[in-house]
Design a binder for this molecule. Structure first.
Ligand code: TRP
Ligand code: SF4
Length: 438
């Protein structure tokens, strides 16, 4: 199995996907002590992660961290796109530095839009909706890939440690893939790591919240970040923790520096073997690796390194389309767009595929199947804040008290509220965007 970030495949079995690709489970301990955990986190819609522990620790210890997300302008924004922004808005409330990449190069390469068209879509469709959804633009950096020299430079330079076989294995590129497309994952890596450059806030944990289709890019970025480190910290065969210098320049200085960092962390049993470019720590445990690794990363820029900490990621499920399959801009009936009128939205909901039984009688007797119902999914992902109310819906559906007709009407009512509210906020956001861009 391969995850293709440019296809519109749906995934049925997220647990299997997680295991197959070594994505970790997003279990409760990672989020339940964060302030007001967002419903997408509480409800298992964010189902997996890579390296979220770093983010958890940054939040709970009040350390700096950042969010980087990207939008690929193509078509109108729908409820599926809304999820990432809901997450970003939540993380902004926790104090993250927010960066938003407009993936105009990727959109040009893979969707056939011109840079001008993507600019228009990005500002008038996406960013406007982001602000309407609660993003505070004064407190975030929004940029276009094609205009960001740091991102593009990193893409070129970091590509040194990736070879063609890896790109073929990861993305399935072949002899007829165009070069801009082939290059776009490196640009995305540039997006993801550039926020750790000194001028953007320096080395720190960065979270990239994405749909699981983006995992190949996440893996690539994490590999690349790691391969450009000057130090490697690992457990050795004889159960010690070792710090190794990975480069051949400044080895002595780097070992001196590591000794200092380790002393500051109160490790005392240090054994330096300069020939191995190594320091072995007699009194460290495996659980100390992360802390040591981070402290060393912070110092790497002083020695000409980047010190990029491996970016963290969370993965959320896709929204099911109202007609089944994946919610997609290219199938207007499958999606509720943020700019739909309440009437349009209601019509789509009334036609949606539910988990109801064939007849009312049958449903009263056997109950409905909320787990297979897109209307329930609307409640779960977007429409209902209170977990208690959601649970009531779930149970009353299952035990046959709740019928689909009324249930859909209720969903339509809630959607109407949401769409009217968004429209109002979009109007207000227009001026904000103008002044912000000026
Ligand atoms: N590839 C992403 C998409 O298809 C867009 C994107 C570009 C992105 N750069 C990013 C997403 C950085 C996350 C982080 O939607
Ligand atoms: Fe879905 Fe509501 Fe019907 Fe249950 S009653 S199957 S939740 S539409």
């Amino acid at each position: 199995m391969k995850i293709d970030p440019w296809s519109s495949a749906t995934y049925q079995d997220y647990a299997r996907l997680r295991d197959e690709f070594g994505i970790e489970e997003f279990d409760d301990a990672l989020w339940n002590d964060l302030p007001n955990p967002h419903k997408l986190l509480r409800r298992g819609i964010v189902f997996g992660h890579r390296g979220f522990q770093l983010i958890h620790d940054a939040v709970t210890n009040d350390k700096p961290w950042a969010i980087l997300t990207g939008l690929m302008p193509s078509g109108k924004m729908h409820l599926g796109h809304k999820m990432v922004i809901d997450e970003v808005v939540y993380y902004q409330s926790l104090g993250a530095d927010i960066f938003i990449a407009v993936a105009d190069i990727e959109s040009f390469a893979t969707r056939g839009y011109t840079l001008e068209e993507t600019k228009d879509l990005a500002l008038n469709e996406y960013i406007q909706n982001y602000i309407a959804l609660g993003l505070k633009p004064e407190k975030c950096h929004i940029y276009f890939q094609s205009k960001n020299e740091d991102v593009k430079d990193l893409a070129y330079l970091l590509g040194k440690k990736v070879n063609w076989s890896q790109m073929v294995a990861t993305y399935g590129f072949n002899g007829s893939s165009n070069m801009t497309h082939i290059f776009s994952p490196l640009i995305q890596t540039g997006d993801i790591v550039h926020v750790q450059l000194e001028k953007f806030g320096g080395v720190r944990p960065v979270l990239v919240p994405v749909g699981v289709d983006q995992d190949p890019h996440i893996r690539l970025s994490r590999d690349i970040a790691q391969s450009h480190r000057l130090y490697n910290v690992t457990a050795t065969k004889d159960d010690k923790i070792g710090v190794f210098v990975k480069v051949d320049e400044n080895v002595n200085k780097l070992l001196d520096n590591a000794e200092k960092v380790l002393a500051k962390l109160n490790f005392t049993k240090l054994k330096r073997i300069t020939d191995y470019k190594a320091i072995y720590i007699g009194d460290a445990e495996e659980t100390d690796i992360q802390k040591i690794n981070m402290e060393l990363a912070y110092t790497e820029p002083k020695f000409g390194g980047y010190g990029f900490i491996q970016p963290s990621a969370t993965f959320h499920r896709f929204m099911t389309g109202l007609t089944g399959g994946k919610m997609s801009s290219s199938k207007p009936d499958s999606a509720i767009f943020l700019t739909d009128t309440p009437k349009e939205a209601k019509k789509k909901i009334m036609h949606a595929k539910t988990g109801g039984a064939i007849s009312l009688e049958e449903q009263k007797k056997e109950g409905g199947k909320p787990d297979e119902c897109v209307v329930y999914e609307l409640f779960l992902y977007h429409l209902i804040e209170e977990d208690k109310e959601l649970q009531d819906i779930y149970l009353s559906c299952k035990n046959g008290e709740r019928m689909c007709g009324n249930c859909k009407k209720y969903a339509a009512q809630l959607i109407e509220k949401m769409l009217i509210d968004l429209e109002e906020k979009r109007k207000k956001s227009r001026d904000k965007i103008k002044s912000y861009l000026a």
